[in-house]
Design a protein around this ligand. Structure first.
Ligand code: MF3
Ligand code: CO
Ligand code: CO
Length: 251
């Protein structure tokens, strides 16, 4: 899980370095596909439940699972790039929301506070905590900043399966009382919104957008629970991750 997580982090960082105003989301897809394959990995999204591409690219009002296509990135866009790779029998899953070109202040605040919400959620992870502690921390952070929390898509157990049985909501629900234990591996991947968190699905069966058309952001790590906290699996051996390297607009 450490080795595959590190690869996911490296592919995501390389994809972010590659992003420029004017490129298409298909260009990002091709880059991620080739980077995964060149590293001896399989891009987990490709063919997963019929998903047609190797990465998810979710722009502006797209909450998650945006399918790469011929749309060109414009100055002012925000884009979540969600990379999952499979190697040595396990998956590593991580995403970042990048700001492209000249981005408005509301979007900058949304991106910064969504990143912060992920790390608040991670701070609730330790052996003996329960799953609902994670969502409570994320929701508290979001609401303090006047942001919405998407409920329809949640974090998940990850390992030999892309999505295992464990569910990790990003809102507070005390019924999610599963105890966290050492070496459990799962994602946290909050999606926060500037407006209403209501979801509308496109008829492609994948693309989830905000009902009000306002912007949304997402950040994701794969983690392992430890005795007294957590270990980030989706970072490079030197500890880098896209969340720390791309806090300013690119392109
Ligand atoms: N990487 C996404 C997640 O965080 C899942 C994408 S499924 C796909 O769980 F089929 F859309 F790729
Ligand atoms: Co995930
Ligand atoms: Co993901």
């Amino acid at each position: 899980m450490r080795r595959t997580g590190a690869l996911a982090a490296e592919v995501l960082i390389a994809a972010c370095e590659h992003v420029r105003v004017g490129m298409t989301t298909d260009d990002i897809d091709r880059f991620v596909h080739d980077a995964a394959v060149d590293a001896g990995a399989y891009p987990s999204p490709l063919g997963y439940r019929g998903y047609p591409k190797s990465v998810c690219t979710s722009v502006n009002e797209v909450i998650c699972h945006g399918i790469p296509d011929s749309r060109r990135l414009a100055s002012g866009d925000i884009i979540n790039i969600d990379v999952t790779v499979y190697r040595e029998g396990v998956h590593g899953d991580t995403s970042v929301t990048l700001m492209v070109g000249e981005v408005d202040d509301h979007s900058r605040r949304l991106v910064a506070e969504t990143r912060a919400a992920l790390y608040e959620g991670m701070g609730a992870v330790r052996t003996g905590a329960v799953v609902s502690d994670i969502g409570r921390a994320i929701q508290n952070h979001a609401f303090r900043h006047g942001l919405g929390v998407v409920r329809e898509f949640i974090g998940h157990g990850v390992g030999t399966e892309f999505h295992s049985g464990l569910q990790v909501p990003h809102y507070y629900d005390r019924r999610h009382s599963t105890a966290l234990g050492e070496a459990m591996t799962f994602t946290i991947e909050p999606m926060l919104t500037l407006g209403s968190p209501e979801v509308v699905m496109w008829d492609d069966g994948w693309t989830a957008v905000t009902g009000d058309g306002r912007r949304t952001a997402q950040f994701e790590h794969t983690l392992a629970c430890t005795a007294d906290g957590y270990e980030i699996l989706t970072r490079t051996p030197s500890g880098d991750c896209a969340h720390d390297l791309f806090t300013h607009p690119v392109g």
